[in-house]
Design a protein around this ligand. Structure first.
Ligand code: HEM
Length: 280
């Protein structure tokens, strides 16, 4: 089952055509991200916010401290999707993120290094590719039907589609069609597998060509935002927000509380988290 589907396909489509397709997709992602950065001025905003944060710093950070915060950002926020506030959102994100990375690694290895059926492909690559596509499908379907804010919190039906869904839908379609194409090709169902191959190619073009209009580039921007958030906390600038009130300090408690609340428990938790939204 875990054979290299691209090597099998090379009997009808030359490997070099597949390699050109992958390179074009890569160029589309780089180009789309650069145009996005210029258009939204996000790099300019990011560096300006960093400058403001440095200026407002209560505890200026050394280069080594900033380096350690960068390492923490990668190890915690990026590698473990730690910014998500609920476990199921976090697990679904880990599935789609690592699934997509496995799928991309598998694609590059099989298309560029083991393109022909004549040279055997180490099992690890097709295994990684199929597993990755399956992980994206599981995480993506879970996200689409149950976790998406529009559905889970705002009461919209799952089939309502808006432009913001371009990323998740094209990601899901690329991986699902790729998986179906490979399984049907391995099963010898020529016509059906060709049908899903065409859909796989089209969905990939939308996913990688749609960066400018989709949330694709969040995978490059979110780490920078997470780093900046940690810096603002560590240097005390707090993005211009007040320090969280410490109600164990009598002076703060008296300043912030109505008479009625003076003797209330010190930690009542976040009211907003007490109940999931469900009153439509
Ligand atoms: C292969 C890489 C990645 C994939 C496939 C991926 C996939 C996704 C998907 C499908 C969503 C839901 C998007 C939607 O609302 O339609 C999402 C949201 C999100 N991702 Fe990723 N992601 C990746 C990398 C990252 C990285 C590196 C970070 C951060 C360090 C990150 C942080 C987030 C956050 C915070 C959200 C919530 C966004 C929001 O609700 O505005 N992602 N990601």
């Amino acid at each position: 089952m875990f054979s290299n589907p691209f090597a099998e396909l090379s009997a009808s489509i030359p490997s070099v055509v597949m390699q050109i397709y992958v390179i074009v997709m890569f160029v589309l992602v780089v180009g789309g991200t650069i145009i996005d950065v210029l258009h939204k001025k996000s790099a300019e905003y990011f560096f300006e916010a960093a400058r403001q944060s440095d200026k407002a710093a209560v505890r200026p950070l050394s280069g080594a401290q900033k380096g350690s915060i960068a390492v923490q950002t990668v190890a915690v926020d990026v590698l473990t999707s730690a910014e998500f506030c609920t476990t199921k959102r976090r697990v679904a994100h880990l599935l789609t993120m690592y699934g997509f990375i496995f799928f991309l690694l598998g694609t590059v290895a099989m298309v560029f290094f083991y393109p022909s059926a004549a040279a055997p492909t180490p099992t690890v690559w097709p295994l990684l590719w199929h597993l990755g596509a399956l992980m994206v499908c599981v995480g993506g379907v879970w996200f689409w039907f149950f976790i998406r804010v529009d559905v889970a919190a705002e009461g919209y039906p799952w089939y309502r589609i808006v432009q913001a869904d371009l990323f998740i839908l094209s990601l899901l379609a690329t991986n699902a069609f790729g998986l179906l194409w490979s399984l049907l090709q391995a099963a010898g169902a020529q016509v059906l597998s060709s049908f899903f191959l065409v859909l796989f190619i089209l969905a990939g073009a939308v996913l990688f060509g749609g960066v400018l209009w989709s949330k694709f580039a969040h995978m490059f921007f979110k780490p920078a935002a997470a780093y900046q958030k940690r810096i603002a906390k560590a240097n005390g600038a707090l993005d211009n927000l007040p320090e969280p009130a410490d109600r164990t300090d009598p002076a703060t408690r008296d300043r912030h509380s109505m008479d009625l609340l003076k003797d209330a428990p010190l930690d009542m938790g976040l009211g907003i988290k007490r109940e999931q939204p469900q009153h439509y």
